[in-house]
Design a protein around this ligand. Sequence first.
Ligand code: PHE
Ligand code: ZN
Length: 882
Amino acid sequence: MLRTDTGQTVKLDAYSETDFVFESVFLTIRLFDGSAEIESEIRLRRREGSGADAPLVLDGDELTLTFLKLDGDRLPDADYDAEPGGLTIRSLPAAEAFTLTIGTRIVPEENTKLMGLYRSNGIWCTQCEAEGFRRITYFYDRPDVLIPYKVRIEAPKVAAPILLSNGNPGETGDLDSGRHFAVWDDPFNKPSYLFAMVAGDLERVGDTFRTASGHDVTLAIFTDKGRSHQAGYAMDALKRSMAWDERRFGREYDLDVFNIVAISDFNMGAMENKGLNVFNHKYVLLDPDTATDQDYAGVETVIAHEYFHNWTGNRITCRDWFQLCLKEGLTVFRDQEFSSDERERTVQRIGSVRRLKSMQFPEDQGPLQHPVRPSEYREISNFYTATIYDKGAELVRMIATLLGPEDFRAGMDLYFERHDGDAATIEAFVKVFEDVAGIDLSSFALWYHQAGTPTLTVTEAYDEAEDRYTLTLAQSLKQGAAGTGTKPMLMPVKIGLVGPNGEDRPLNPSQGGEIREDVIQLSEAEETFVFDKVGGRPYLSVLRDFSAPVTLDHDQSESDRLALARLDPNPFNRWRILNDLIGERLAAAAGGTSEPAQNPLGDELVTAILETAGDDRLDPAFRAQVLNVPADTEIARLIGENVDPLRVYETATRARKTIATAGTQVFERLVAAAPADAAFSPDAASAGKRALANAALGFATLSDGHPDRAFARFEKASNMTDRQAALAILVFRFPEHETTHRALDAFYARYEDDALVLDKWFALQAAAPGEDTLDRVQKLSTHPRFTLKNPNRARSLIGSFAGMNPTAFHRRDGRGYAWFCERLIELDAINPQISARMATAFRAWRTLESERRAKAEDALRDLAKLPHLSRDLRDIVDRTLA
Ligand code: PHE
Ligand code: ZN
């Protein structure tokens, strides 16, 4: 039997239980230079009710079988078929339990896909989610097979003094020929995707944590040699996460040890393997000289996220991969809440909404659209998307908003109580909230099945004579690429009726139903609320805190919006209103065909932006967000069709210049208020001050028109945040200036040997706006420090070029596409997960103006014609073209 895996579609409907029931596994992993031998001893039995002669069909991927035993005896060749892609065993016992021992041999050094067992920087490590375990041994590599694992690792002592796996540590000892072993025991049932093993010469930082019930946990972070001093902040974030999960969700840690390993070659951000989280070192290693405030926030979030998975993901896992959002959406929600509690809620919410709009909305509105709970896939790796993660988190947030904090917490408690130890489904998750609140959430559950961004249309009327205010909310959803339904869905719409002094008026409608606190539970296609004796025409502050992931269609006058930007008691909406206005104005100016206006924003909007930015009573981080105008890709999305990315960039630049010129004094003051050589502390308040000062520096440089000030700040900077911000200004505004080259060279000379900082050096240059960037990027791709083999490095240059630089990637002559596709093909032969992810840069191709659209389509069709594309990349290319 030959398995060609290309293009098979996996369907949710086709779910069925395994024919055999696994009871436990004992893995022996013998590591050698150049190969690894795996012995897997599985205790199992035929499932009652499954056919007495059904064969055992196990998953495999690029495996070589070395032996196969049934209860200790070699199986005759006729009883099985072993292929690299699977193992089928016939004539197995009908009723009683038995033991299979499966031997496989693999070559970690040649594993460039970084799935399964591979070697990074000499360290042996594993990555098994979603389907990597089958690259180590033949197995039921699916999340609903939950068993205890015992693991024995044997390795050379010098190369691998540290031997780690899941669970609690057991026996260790010496072996012949300079080798040693360690045994690990994980008492918790787990699926194969949560298996992990690490072996290497690692440095250790240790700490302890006492849980609320008094259990002492040994914490450790393992890094490359010479890097452990950079793990302190990650350790601090871990302890804060552990304490927060106890406080906020009543969840304690459950093993004696919790280990984190930082690895330099890693496909994703990090992985929540039980008791042994493996991280991309980017999300562990930090110090002020090499990491930005954004990096600090990223480490805090990812550490928390992986830790929180211990309950939402590990203790309760997914029945199948269609349920991915069950663990990811929920865990993102939890890490967002953690960051909101640890930092500043409004600023965190602004960050999450920006991310949602810039990553998830384009996905939801383009060819790669899929529901939060998909019903089919060709390659599961391609479903670790903004929709599953970020929209998935929004759905949990909506449940929390609809139920209120007490019922939400009660629902979560019930979820843990009812499903601990389960491989669960979305239906089970929604059910707990229905049960605690005694409500029917079926129209809410549609959010999981219907893809696309709904539009929320808001209409208002005010009857002066009656002092009566009427509010109509209507929802609609267009059929998109996924072809799912378009029914109305229950959504929370948070509102306020704001008076002229910024006071929230009572929300007691005389018609339309009750409003609990400030949340309208919109469930129909259209609902109208009438408010009598409102006390004069109010300003409507709608969709506060972005209470539902929708596109707002609200024909509100500019004067009302600008009034709210000053008055709204909901600070999130003060930001949202300004940001929406900027986005709309820029889209209108850049989407047209006539010469854009000198000031596309209009004077009053500019004044409002500057007033907010200059208001010292407001949080600096918030003010920095107000100055951060929507990204070009966001403006392009708002335009929607016939987009000319160069025109978008030029329009946005013109707007920034207008702000810069009108606000010279504000910006001078803000830059001066934050000296570049000030002492560094990574806390959110200090980070906010730096963000504001650096935004101001960007504007000040725009009005200066020369690089001196940015260069001075670059040289004086006491930390990476200020250094990188100044360098970005130079590279983005003066790409060919001699000063910029000097700065880039100095930066390179200083950080040449620090991979994570060098990634920044590549990424900044690749993101510099302008068609000419392609030439510089091409040159950088032959730089001795560039390699496609390291995912972070590949992303830093190629990913940043295609994903962050619309002007250069979408060059009118199509050369951006041509060059990118060549790299993509090279990368695809090395690491298909990364090539597939990068190819999503094409997702908005249909919205481009005709010349570019034709070039992009040609490039995609040429890719689609290639016979040897990975299943990952082919899936993306096919869906993007469909
Ligand atoms: N499960 C990881 C997380 O979100 C992400 C991941 C997916 C990592 C697949 C590796 C492979 O925490
Ligand atoms: Zn996750």
